[in-house]
Ligand binder design. Structure first.
Ligand SMILES: CC(C)(COP(=O)(O)OP(=O)(O)OC[C@H]1O[C@@H](n2cnc3c(N)ncnc32)[C@H](O)[C@@H]1OP(=O)(O)O)[C@@H](O)C(=O)NCCC(=O)NCCS
Length: 149
């Protein structure tokens, strides 16, 4: 299976929203939120195409805190039929490479404490837990992860 990573554009909104809905229940971004993210000047969004089908996507932004510019992964989703094929790992690596080219040396993200698949993915990709976020998603706690690029 050939996996290609490309820039995501607003033209793919319907497909990206379909995957988002498949990946999350109440926590899914709305179509309007995804549209906003895809068109925000500060966003970097990529899609993974597997044999020319959209299999997953990642959306990240550049943020600044205490005068330090860092990358923030907002969401990463892979359609269920394409999971465990290395697609999320590839999307993460591509976005980290883009951050590095921009001189950004840190990448941050948040994840539900009980999202074992995502946690394993992030830990395998070199992210480390740096904090816990109380009641991040309704009653479930979240974890704050960071990687030095
Ligand atoms: C989490 C998610 C993005 C992983 O996508 P993926 O393309 O299947 O991930 P990869 O194939 O790159 O997996 C990399 C590693 O992560 C771990 N991993 C991924 N899915 C896993 C699962 N269901 N259970 C345990 N470990 C898992 C494994 O260590 C895997 O390596 P391996 O397959 O060689 O064992 C995908 O399951 C998904 O879209 N989930 C719903 C949305 C979501 O939770 N997004 C993250 C929000 S913070």
């Amino acid at each position: 299976m050939e996996i290609k990573i490309e820039t995501a554009t607003i033209r793919l909104l319907d497909k990206l929203y379909e995957i988002e809905e498949q990946c999350f229940d109440q926590e899914a971004f709305t179509k309007r939120q995804i549209a906003y993210l895809l068109t925000d000047y500060n966003t970097i969004a990529l899609v993974a195409k597997a044999d020319n089908n959209i299999a997953g996507f990642i959306i990240a932004q550049e943020e600044i805190e205490n005068n330090i510019l860092y990358g923030h992964i907002i969401t990463i989703n892979v359609a269920s039929t394409y999971r465990r094929k290395g697609i999320a790992t590839k999307l993460l690596k591509e976005i980290e490479d883009i951050f590095k080219q921009k001189g950004i040396t840190e990448c941050h993200l948040e994840v539900r404490e009980d999202n074992k698949a995502a946690l394993k993915l992030y830990q395998n990709s070199g992210y480390q837990k740096i904090g816990r976020i109380e009641k991040y998603y309704d009653k479930t706690h979240g974890l704050y992860l960071k990687k030095t690029l």
